[in-house]
Design a protein around this ligand. Structure first.
Ligand SMILES: *[C@@H]1O[C@H](CO)[C@@H](O)[C@H](O)[C@H]1NC(C)=O
Ligand SMILES: *[C@@H]1O[C@H](CO)[C@@H](O)[C@H](O)[C@H]1NC(C)=O
Ligand SMILES: *[C@@H]1O[C@H](CO)[C@@H](O)[C@H](O)[C@H]1NC(C)=O
Ligand SMILES: *[C@@H]1O[C@H](CO)[C@@H](O)[C@H](O)[C@H]1NC(C)=O
Ligand SMILES: *[C@@H]1O[C@H](CO)[C@@H](O)[C@H](O)[C@H]1NC(C)=O
Ligand SMILES: *[C@@H]1O[C@H](CO)[C@@H](O)[C@H](O)[C@H]1NC(C)=O
Ligand SMILES: [Fe+2]
Length: 477
């Protein structure tokens, strides 16, 4: 649905210029049309998503005294020349050193990390280690070992190619994962998808530990062990969601994001940010901006000022793909979290249009939705122009909060489907964003009830800076 082959781009190109009046007429009719895109007829069996019990295989503690667990890695610098390795030890502090190298048999380098720990109500965390490996070669497989003093465990990762406009790279998209049987199925589908994701862009809401009594932080630990099979081998780029807040004054926990901040580090300083909740990285041909739905973003706030300075710095000649991650969607036609993203949209949407963001990925709503390219920036209180309109400089908005956490699916949609909504479906799944070169990226969404290769929704993205051709079949059919 909504996909058009790359080879049709040249004919679309001609059409665009020679049939402009007809195009305008179609666009105008689109704006006034109440019938939107597609609401999938796929009906998923609605059953309660149940968390995997504590004795599940995926939560097993690795054997050995003080064995490192919950190993996860993330980009450690602006351009991908560093990787931050994190893990937890439970029995004693242990070594924070990482041994690494490009040969499995000779871990010739070492780096010293740091350790932290925290208490939360009556929970005491293990020792949380973070160690950044720097000056890594590009596009190389590195082996690394943690827990070197007692029970060493070895993993590997592949560094990204040097940043450049035509560097192909495949991102996975996962949101609102949690630790239910459905979460496990989503992760398994991501791992087995024939389109092989190299890095996960995670749009927030990790463990859902806060749904347990006293925000039982053991569920932060079980989540870390559950996802280790992916997070130890490829970087996950983190976005903070509302389930990371863990703000619970009723039990004396008044510092927002305490467990998340201790456990998940991000390279925010490298992009001039003053807070780990908003930052940017560059990877391959993409510039990725992570925003914080749960930190202040009004005018003059640190996040506002950072984004205002960040957008002009994006060099589309080097990184043509401009991707934004945030938790609470700006465009959402489900009756869940309805309009929660609206105040941030009002603050930042005109910048996204001005700087031609290619795509915005959000989570929060536990379902899937993809928008047309639309913007809603003309309204000035008195002019009445308060409807989203087609806008080829605007991003596509994708809600991918369908990881499968215990809160279950969002199934109740606003009717009729708004015209800006291209495709929506209440199913669990994940997506991939497969960048081919500076002009083309292939996007697809995968349900976790289908075979691994099945694509339930897909679209060719044409880059907004290098090749800003209308991708939507709608205008031409
Ligand atoms: C961290 O661990 C050390 C050593 O066990 C302990 O003395 C300290 O109280 C812990 N800190 C917190 C915040 O739990
Ligand atoms: C924390 O407190 C709860 C009840 O408030 C109790 O059930 C639980 O066992 C306690 N956990 C620890 C580690 O003391
Ligand atoms: C989770 O999925 C993996 C396959 O990817 C499977 O081996 C494991 O048994 C599953 N665990 C549970 C508790 O469903
Ligand atoms: C953007 O990158 C290109 C290619 O590296 C470079 O030539 C150009 O000076 C950069 N533009 C800015 C504004 O830094
Ligand atoms: C769907 O949401 C609307 C608006 O909140 C509500 O009025 C309606 O009762 C809901 N429908 C169902 C089936 O829950
Ligand atoms: C970019 O990738 C698309 C899709 O694979 C392909 O059709 C196109 O020819 C490529 N462009 C260049 C310049 O290689
Ligand atoms: Fe959320």
């Amino acid at each position: 649905m909504g996909s058009s082959s790359p080879s049709s781009s040249s004919s679309n190109y001609c059409y665009y210029f020679y049939r402009l009046p007809l195009l305008l007429a179609l666009v105008l009719s689109f704006a006034g049309n109440c019938n939107g895109g597609k609401t999938s007829s796929f009906v998923r069996k609605v059953e309660k998503a149940i968390d995997m019990p504590l004795d599940s295989d995926v939560f097993r503690v690795p054997p050995g005294y003080n064995a490192p667990q919950q190993v996860h890695i993330t980009q450690g610098s602006l351009n991908g020349g560093a990787m931050t390795i994190s893990w937890v030890t439970q029995d004693e502090r242990g070594s924070s050193k990482v041994l690494y190298g490009t040969s499995e048999h000779n871990l010739e380098f070492s780096a010293e990390g740091r350790v932290t720990n925290y208490t939360y109500y009556n929970y005491t965390s293990g020792f949380i280690h973070h160690c950044t490996l720097r000056r890594l070669k590009h596009n190389v497989k590195y082996y690394y070992e943690v827990g070197i003093d007692h029970s060493p465990r070895r993993f590997w990762f592949i560094t990204p190619p040097q940043v450049g406009p035509d560097v192909p790279y495949t991102f996975g998209l996962i949101g609102d994962l949690g630790q239910s049987y459905d979460s496990n199925s989503t992760l398994t589908h991501y791992e087995n998808n024939p389109i092989k994701g190299q890095t996960v862009l995670f749009v927030g809401d990790l463990s859902y530990a806060d749904n347990y009594p006293n925000h039982d932080n053991e569920r932060w630990d079980t989540w870390g062990r559950f996802v280790e099979r992916s997070t130890a081998y490829q970087p996950w780029i983190w976005t903070a969601g509302n389930h990371e807040l863990d703000f619970a004054p009723e039990i004396g926990e008044t510092k927002p994001f305490k467990p998340y901040r201790h456990r998940y580090h991000v390279p925010y300083k490298a992009s001039g940010s003053t807070s780990p909740f908003w930052y940017s990285i560059r990877r391959a041909s993409a510039h990725i901006i992570v925003l914080a739905s749960y930190s202040a973003y009004g005018k003059y706030t640190p996040q506002y000022k950072w984004l205002e300075a960040e957008l002009p710095k994006v060099n589309r000649t080097e990184t043509p793909w401009l991707i934004v991650l945030l938790h609470s969607p700006w465009y959402n036609s489900y009756n869940y979290h309805y309009m929660e993203g609206e105040s941030m949209r009002v603050m930042f949407e005109s910048w996204f249009v001005k700087y031609k963001v290619d795509v915005v990925f959000a989570g929060h709503v536990h379902a899937y939705e993809r928008s047309e390219r639309i913007s809603n920036i003309a309204y000035n209180i008195v002019n009445g122009e308060c409807m989203p309109t087609p806008d080829q400089s605007a991003p596509v908005y994708i809600t991918i909060g369908d990881g499968g956490n215990l809160e279950g699916l969002a199934t109740n949609m606003t009717e009729p489907q708004p015209s800006y909504s291209a495709y929506r479906e209440a199913s669990f799944g994940h997506a991939t964003f497969d960048i081919k070169n500076r002009t083309h990226a292939y996007y697809s969404w995968h349900r976790n009830q289908d075979g691994y290769a099945v694509e339930a929704d897909s679209m060719w993205f044409y880059n907004r800076f290098c090749h800003a051709i209308d991708e939507s079949a709608k205008y031409y059919s």
